[in-house]
Design a protein around this ligand. Structure first.
Ligand SMILES: Nc1ncnc2[nH]cnc12
Ligand SMILES: [Zn+2]
Length: 349
């Protein structure tokens, strides 16, 4: 398969059509302003914005925390199992349109249980959409429970206890929210417990926090994948290690620009990560807030970085399957389908 033969003008269409997995999407970050308003009205929640337009206009973030303040307020409209199901279903329909064949979805239960929403409403609602996505869309999806790192480890332990009756409905745990001042070591014990339970482990690290947090997520939390991780390039030894151990990074380009991790997409380091041999992937993070879903991320990133071509498109899609938490035979089947898609592209079909 000679990917160099694919004409550049076909790249945009290939990026849209190629099968891919999404490994970094916060389901609360898929809540569009229209749905926020509809749920607020249904549930009698007061919003500090007069209209959908006014809410959208407030999406001008200066850093991660300025986004999180609005993101947690938006999530406050979710109350019933149906609300969680409706939110996840909307995302799955969008993902299907982007030719996503598998998605691993983060959710933040503490944002909801702290408001008195039962854990059962959160997990059963999300799971209902996941099952429906499998049946009606043929889309594979799994849930990953994230602990909020600005809260205590004790709170994380309590959350884990509340979630364990639903253990069959989520595959792993992650760590998100404000990174600065909340290092991985704060959650070493609860991740240790999750490891004993056989849960898959991921953690946000090296988004705003230093490269050391990536090392600590690997060594202290035993994270199998790093969410974001873009600051690894500040530590050449870490880069060598990530590449050698094939630790995947779930990179979110539009998010990184909206949250000022990079000043503009043309300055993003995704091309460099791939050149260094890192298993990087493209993801949407919080698509309703950052200006686009998965294909929007692919399109904008390839448009901004001339070093990315058909070879990188293939590599990124392949990495998304390689880094996913699915059974080996399923992964092989998806990679074979991807190979066949690109073989057709090379043959001009
Ligand atoms: N980009 C991000 N970083 C940390 N926590 C998050 N929660 C939702 N999006 C996040
Ligand atoms: Zn994230």
């Amino acid at each position: 398969m000679n990917l160099e033969t694919i004409p550049r003008q076909e790249l945009a269409s290939i990026l849209r059509r190629m099968p891919k997995a999404e490994l970094h999407i916060h389901i609360e970050g898929s809540l569009e302003p229209e749905l926020i308003f509809a749920l607020a009205q249904k549930n009698g929640v007061d919003l500090p914005y007069p209209s959908v337009e006014a809410l959208r206009a407030a999406y001008a973030f200066t850093d991660l925390q300025s986004f999180l303040d609005i993101y947690y307020a938006g999530a406050g409209v979710l109350q019933t199992e149906e609300d969680f199901s409706a939110m996840a279903w909307s995302y799955l329909v969008r993902a299907k349109a982007d030719n996503v064949v598998h998605t691993e979805i983060f959710f933040d239960p503490q944002t909801h249980t702290a408001r008195g929403v039962p854990m059962a409403a959160v997990i059963n609602g999300l799971d209902r959409a996941v099952q429906r996505g499998r049946e009606e869309l043929g889309l594979s999806a799994s849930l990953i429970l994230c602990f909020l790192r600005h809260l205590s480890e004790e709170d994380a332990f309590e959350t884990l206890e509340q979630a364990l009756p639903f253990r069959d409905k989520f595959i792993g745990v992650g760590l998100d929210s404000g990174e600065r001042g909340n290092p991985p070591e704060k959650f070493a014990a609860v991740f240790g417990r999750c490891r004993e339970l056989g849960l898959r482990l991921v953690a946000h690290a090296g988004e705003e926090g230093p490269a050391q947090y990536i090392r600590d997520a690997l060594d202290l939390l035993h994270a199998e994948r790093i969410d974001h991780g873009v600051r690894c390039l500040e530590d050449p030894e870490l880069v060598t290690r990530l590449a050698a151990e094939r630790v995947a990074l779930t990179v979110c380009p539009l998010s990184n620009v909206k949250l000022a991790v990079f000043p503009e997409l043309a300055r993003h380091n995704l091309g460099r990560l791939l050149t260094e041999g890192i298993v990087a992937t493209i993801n949407s993070d919080d698509p309703a807030y950052f200006g686009g879903y998965l294909n929007d991320n692919y399109a904008a990133t390839f448009a901004a970085l001339p070093e990315l071509g058909a070879r990188e498109a293939y590599l990124l899609a392949r990495n998304s399957f390689e880094a996913s938490f699915v059974a080996d035979d399923t992964r092989k089947k998806w990679i074979a389908a991807l190979d066949s898609f690109f073989a057709d592209c090379c043959a001009g079909r």
